[in-house]
Design a protein around this ligand. Sequence first.
Ligand SMILES: Cc1ncc(COP(=O)(O)O)c(C=O)c1O
Length: 325
Amino acid sequence: MQADDLAFDRRHIWHPYTSMTRPLPAYPVVAADGCELTLSNGLRLVDGMSSWWAAIHGYNHPVINQAMNEQIGRMSHVMFGGITHPPAVALCRRLVALTPAGLECVFLADSGSVAVEVAIKMALQYWQARGEPRRELLALRQGYHGDTFGAMSVCDPDNSMHSLYQGYLPPHRFVEAPRRRFDDTWLEGDDAPLATLLAAHHRTLASVILEPIVQGAVGMRFYHPEYLRRARALCDRYGILLIADEIATGFGRTGEWFACNRAGYSLCGQSLDRRRPVSRRHADPSPRGGYYQRERRRLFHARADVYGQSAGLRRRQRQPVAAGG
Ligand SMILES: Cc1ncc(COP(=O)(O)O)c(C=O)c1O
């Protein structure tokens, strides 16, 4: 990179998490391979955070590169509204096969934060579809779920951007983070704060949201899988949804395909269970009824009339250029 490029960068480009007027230094990277970044002066660095844990298979992976090259030659991008295409179907097929039993439907989002927004919207619509609108969520302290507004609203309220956006963020409930670490012996009662809050507020809560096993942004805080099991059981007991934010843990990052596998349950529990098809309150009187009717292949079928579309989650869906890797 030329000095001129760096000067332009410093003056005109606002990088994440730094000041525009007094920016932190930005290292000029000219190549990336495996776990290494090469700077313009030839220095090679190990990228220990793998691009905010996005480069899960390492940089410049030959299989991913080949799939991207092949795909881009045919079609780099089309919208997903009213259009589908073979790479998207292939990707979703693989996702359905890979994810724990009960997760059979895929909604593609273009970032972790947006995925969290979508999950929150799904939870809100679930309760609307049941004719019992609920807006409140319960999140763990020390959690991080992204930088869009819905996602910010469930990040740790003290150690995040809550204070900057006070008044804009919907108020939610927070419970203290699990104390027992991953390898500790389970301490009976570690889930007591969660149990207490759920007992008190389960009638108004739409969903619990958590990062399973690892609270990443707060400093890779690994907690005990038993906490996850208890959280699942508590949500089931009260008929509340559970959103497992696997942005940082999914696809093998903790050694299992999904961190929830460590707790031995499916991410979405029974709410998306094929044995309990749901969506219309009167279609399924079970506590979790209200999500989708598998027979009709309609997500949020009951509210189609209200939203004018079956999912009500209209947004620009982008697909990865390469889905075959
Ligand atoms: C647990 C978790 N959720 C959500 C996000 C937000 O993802 P993105 O940066 O792709 O918006 C992150 C990002 O690191 C994350 O670690």
